[in-house]
Design a binder for this molecule. Structure first.
Ligand code: NG1
Ligand code: ZN
Length: 546
């Protein structure tokens, strides 16, 4: 097949601005929407090649998650609904950065290296978030697919995890579920209804939840799903996109980083609330108590609740499955301490930042619960684990208590989106667990107390001068930086700190924990100064926090 003609013709309609260089980072390509048209077209081409090579459906999601409305981005989804394979991330970067005249040779290079049969059929699923730029950008993806004669299915407005789910359903021939948005709602809500049947005497108050939709796609999808939940969950939706701006002073990232409630939400003291991010793959919970103190229940608290619940069920059914929690260095020290010493859900693993690292580590266990502190996470069940649960349900020798626990496990498997962190699925799981355990959000919060912490950013001329080791917890370069951090940390009580270059922003991130907020803030300032001095800070020196 002669691909040259069609690709040349079509790509001239999506020209690359000369000299623009972008990287396929931890979250795909992400930048100002106006710079992305050629990237989208080319990712349509690449997804088509990946589909031909894997002989499976590939997904392309147009979103910039929690970034401001003006930004956009794109992520490719591999056959089982997982993140794109690293080697193909490098092809994505090469293709994105090829100047207009080099596009065909770069494309042919990928075809040759991967020995792709261009006569093989290709299928690409495309989805987009609610940004104003997303419609035109997703059309550019579709143009890329058709330039290589691939088939595409445009799912239109979907959350990122919904598109991951569709890809997995399609490539498992429906075993994972039906590859439609309705199918997704049906599978998750059925599991939710089954789970909450195990909760006795729930009042309307307990069934009520306030959701901050970040003025994004999650809000739309929660609305669509509501009727399936048969009032077992009664949602008051705020920041639904009708007035406010996407992610502006709302959403999971705002709430987590600012450690305060979003604007646009009206709640009474003690009410259970959650916030989604702009593409609904992250969620955090919170409430404000009667004296006005804000309580955040982040990814670590969710991982703790979920793993405790699963471990209890495993004990009840008598299944010997290896369960573990996977975290990153940003996990609050109290959560790690609680899991390792009190709960003894062993082992607790720490990986580098970035979902793919957590996902990968979680796959090593029968049940791997992984969460980033920022609220991105899910649970993975090995095939063996799912089979054992199924066998148990078919076993006529088990008693009623075991049967109940086995059914709970099965419905827990069904409510979870195992392909990727999913705000809607995580929300339903948390709500179900709280209902079954008869637990209030305050009781959940009291499982352990977070150590006060602070996250700051420092601008440096080249953040790559910072090299880290030990799951990013220690800096090996520049010389003297780790020593400076160590000696500063020693001055504080219960203190911990690490620095790492961000994978999504041009900054160095500083993280600290200490016995009090004042100390966490003071330590964060001291460490920021050390980064500024030793790693080539630019602009004004970091100022102490007010
Ligand atoms: P960077 O910018 O590399 O810190 C951020 C988040 C990650 C992950 C990615 C992708 C923090 C500290 N970092 O990465 O956890 O979610 O974005 O969106 O929250
Ligand atoms: Zn997101």
């Amino acid at each position: 097949m002669d691909i040259c003609c069609e690709v040349s013709k079509q790509s001239s309609l999506h020209p690359k601005p000369e000299g623009l260089v972008l990287q396929y980072g931890t979250a795909g390509f992400r930048t100002k929407a106006k710079h992305l048209d050629h990237i989208m077209f080319r990712m349509g081409l690449l997804a088509t090649l990946r589909s031909k090579q894997t002989k499976a459906t590939i997904g392309v999601m147009v979103t910039a998650s929690h970034n401001p409305e003006e930004d956009n981005g794109v992520k490719l989804i591999d056959p089982m609904g997982e993140m794109l394979k690293p080697l193909w991330e490098s092809y994505a970067t090469q293709l994105a950065n090829a100047e207009q005249g080099d596009l065909l040779p770069t494309l042919k290079d990928v075809i040759n290296k991967e020995a792709i049969d261009m006569n093989q059929e290709a299928n690409v699923f495309v989805g987009k978030d609610t940004r104003s730029s997303s419609a035109i950008l997703s059309q550019a993806v579709l143009d890329g697919v058709s330039a290589l004669s691939g088939h595409s299915k445009d799912y239109g407005l979907v959350t990122t995890p919904q598109l991951h789910y569709m890809v997995c359903c399609q490539n498992t021939q429906g075993k994972y579920g039906e590859a439609t948005v309705e199918g997704y709602y049906r599978k998750l809500s059925k599991a939710f209804i089954q789970l909450t049947k195990n909760a006795s005497n729930r009042t309307d108050d307990q069934k009520h939840l306030c959701v901050d939709g970040a003025n994004g796609i999650g809000a739309l999808k929660v609305r669509e799903m509501e009727s399936h939940l048969q009032r077992e969950l009664q949602i008051s939706l705020f920041n639904d996109g009708s007035k406010g701006k996407l992610n502006h002073q709302c959403g999971a990232d705002f709430v987590k980083v600012q450690q305060k409630p979003p604007t646009g939400i009206k709640v009474s003291p003690g009410e259970r609330c959650c916030s989604f991010d702009g593409d609904a793959d992250r969620i955090v919970y919170y409430f404000t108590d009667s004296d006005g103190t804000f309580h955040l229940l982040d990814g670590d608290k969710m991982a703790t609740l979920i793993s405790t619940f699963l471990k209890e069920l495993l004990t009840q059914v008598g299944l010997d499955l290896k369960i573990a929690v996977v975290q990153t260095a940003y996990a609050n020290g109290s959560s790690t301490h609680y899991l390792e010493d009190t709960m003894k859900v062993l082992p607790v693993r720490c990986t580098k930042t970035g979902v793919k690292h957590l996902h990968h580590a979680a796959q090593e266990f029968d049940i791997g619960v992984y969460f980033e502190a920022n609220g991105h996470g899910t649970v993975l069940f090995s095939q063996a684990a799912e089979e054992k649960i199924q066998q148990l349900l078919e076993d006529s020798n088990i008693n009623d208590k075991q049967k109940r626990a086995a059914l709970l496990l099965q419905n827990t498997v069904n409510i979870i989106n195992q392909t990727v962190g999913d705000a809607i699925s995580d929300m339903l799981l948390i709500e179900a667990i709280l209902a079954i355990k008869g637990m209030t959000v305050q009781q959940w919060d009291a499982i352990y107390r977070d150590l006060p912490n602070r996250q700051l950013k420092v601008k440096v001329s080249d953040r790559r001068v910072i090299d880290t080791t030990d799951a990013e917890r220690r800096a090996v370069s520049p010389a003297g930086l780790q020593e400076a951090i160590d000696s500063t940390v020693k001055k504080y009580t219960q203190a911990r700190s690490f620095v790492r270059p961000s994978g999504t922003e041009d900054v160095v991130r500083v993280y600290t924990e200490a016995d009090t907020q004042e100390n966490a803030d003071a330590l964060a300032h001291e460490v920021s100064l050390a980064v500024f001095k030793l790693a080539g800070g630019v602009g004004d020196e970091p100022k102490p926090m007010k």
